[in-house]
Design a protein around this ligand. Structure first.
Ligand SMILES: NC(=O)c1ccc[n+]([C@@H]2O[C@H](COP(=O)([O-])OP(=O)(O)OC[C@H]3O[C@@H](n4cnc5c(N)ncnc54)[C@H](O)[C@@H]3O)[C@@H](O)[C@H]2O)c1
Length: 438
């Protein structure tokens, strides 16, 4: 394939070398003349394991040429990978000046190109940039609509500096964000042989998931480091602790707890976080990330309160009350806190949770609910139809299949729903259902 690569930094230079190695004809483009000179001479512009030999080899093979002429590169290739830098601006926003200027140059170069051209954005871009900012620039400058003359897609790059050739050859996956099958087919020819899943998604998802991956990596590093500072103060071996934490592949290093939903609660997480933060304070250890979790959880709960109140409903049914479906544990259940807040706002609430029988509650569980919802007996309905009978809005806080099936059958057309648990698709099709933050 004839490929042009714009931006010959870590991402672009490694892609150029690997694609030329794989037999493609590659044109490298950069505004930095010194990088072009180095490549012309067969020298790598970035320090990376394996790049010295690979660049020498691919330049000698005649598969690589470099230029600073955008038009030359666009007309001499069928596919372009855009890998220019998108650094932080002083206010923390993404500085997109290089990618936007380049998009305008590419648009102008496309004016008199007759064969269709595929533009693959590989620079990390804030969600929405490709479709809402770059596409209008390209359409304006080329005087062509997307799909006629050029195709756009976004392919996040997952290589890590230091191991970038190895990561190029074995990425965690290939993600292609596109709104049209043509660029996906082209990229399958370029990257479909790699030993990983090839996944098609929307452009917005592909842009966001790149941010999400980097945020998750930063979160994991900070978690390990905050844990280590506390361990150090307590005289505990942080490496041993984290090694054992990582050994749990069921709950810790797994998809568990990584699905959007309602706030967490229950008898363990909040109290143990509070105790961890207290322990840190008493040892003069600052843990800003662990210290912020309960506050973030509180804001998530407030979001649900705001959503309910914004509907204007004065009679609300809450389906589910315990902190997790399948238990009657009400201690620190976020649904109890939600119920408390709504009652405080004058909402007439009826609650149904088949797992919660007031007569059977004991000990600290009983004490908790009596303190938080003293009139709980008047709020609890014995069956679903009773709970629903007067409700304008139904809050879905349970994942019980039996309860959801019954709800789908008993719900009336005018009753709205607020979904806190991401109920599986299909059951409430055609109903007035809104997700908490989805
Ligand atoms: N470095 C990484 O490990 C990594 C990994 C994944 C994703 N990314 C993302 O990929 C993008 C590139 O990162 P990088 O580290 O390779 O950046 P870099 O700063 O090393 O290289 C960017 C290159 O783009 C060139 N450039 C700027 N404007 C240009 C223009 N108009 N035309 C042609 N070239 C131009 C610059 O001269 C520079 O050589 C960024 O968005 C980054 O967030 C980087």
């Amino acid at each position: 394939m004839r490929i042009s690569i714009f931006g010959l930094g870590y991402v672009g230079a490694v892609s150029l070398a690997c694609l030329a190695r794989d037999g493609h004809d590659v044109i490298g483009v950069d505004v930095d003349a010194s990088k072009l000179t180095m490549l012309r001479e067969g020298t790598t512009p970035v320090v990376e394991e394996g790049m010295v030999d690979l660049v020498r080899q691919v330049v000698a093979s005649g598969k690589v040429r470099v230029t600073d002429d955008v038009r030359d590169a666009i007309h001499g290739s069928d596919v372009s990978l855009i890998c220019v830098g998108t650094p932080s601006a002083p206010n923390g926003s993404q500085d997109q000046s290089a990618v936007l200027r380049l998009s305008a140059d590419i648009g102008r170069a496309l004016v008199d190109k007759t064969e269709p051209h595929v533009l693959v954005f590989r620079s990390t871009l804030a969600p929405g940039t490709v479709e809402k900012v770059i596409k209008p620039i390209l359409e304006r400058e080329s005087d062509k609509p997307e799909g006629k003359g050029f195709h756009l897609c976004f392919q996040p790059e997952f290589l890590r500096e230091g191991t970038s050739i190895r990561d190029y050859d074995k990425p965690p996956f290939t993600i292609i964000g596109a709104s049209d099958p043509h660029p996906v087919g082209v990229l399958r020819q370029l990257f479909g042989h790699l030993p990983c899943d090839f996944i098609e998604t929307s452009i917005g998802t592909a842009e966001m998931m790149k941010y999400c991956c980097n945020n998750f990596h930063a979160l994991k590093i900070t978690f390990a480091n905050e844990t280590a500072r506390l361990c150090d103060a307590l005289g505990v071996d942080a490496f041993e602790v984290m090694r054992l934490v990582c050994q749990d592949k069921q709950l810790n290093i797994s998809p568990a707890y990584l699905k959007p939903g309602f706030a967490f609660g229950g008898s363990c997480l909040p109290k143990d976080l509070r105790a961890t933060n207290y322990l840190a304070r008493t040892h003069d250890v600052e843990l800003p990330m662990l210290g912020a979790i309960l506050e973030s959880n509180r804001l998530h709960l407030n979001h649900a309160i705001d959503k309910v109140l914004a509907t204007g409903a004065r009679r609300v049914a809450m389906i589910g009350l315990s902190f997790k479906t399948g238990t009657d544990d009400l201690r620190e259940s976020p649904l109890v806190v939600l119920a408390e807040a709504l009652i405080g706002k004058g909402v007439k609430l009826s609650i149904f949770d088949p797992d919660v029988s007031l007569a059977r509650l004991l000990g600290s569980n009983k004490r908790f609910i009596e303190e938080r919802l003293p009139h709980i007996g008047e709020l609890i309905a014995n069956d679903l139809p009773t709970a629903l009978s007067e409700a304008e809005l139904v809050i879905v806080g349970t994942t019980s299949a039996a309860v959801l099936d019954a709800l789908a059958a008993d719900l009336q057309a005018q009753q709205k729903m607020l979904d806190l648990v991401n109920v599986p698709n299909g059951r409430f099709d055609g109903r007035q259902i809104e997700g908490l933050c989805w």
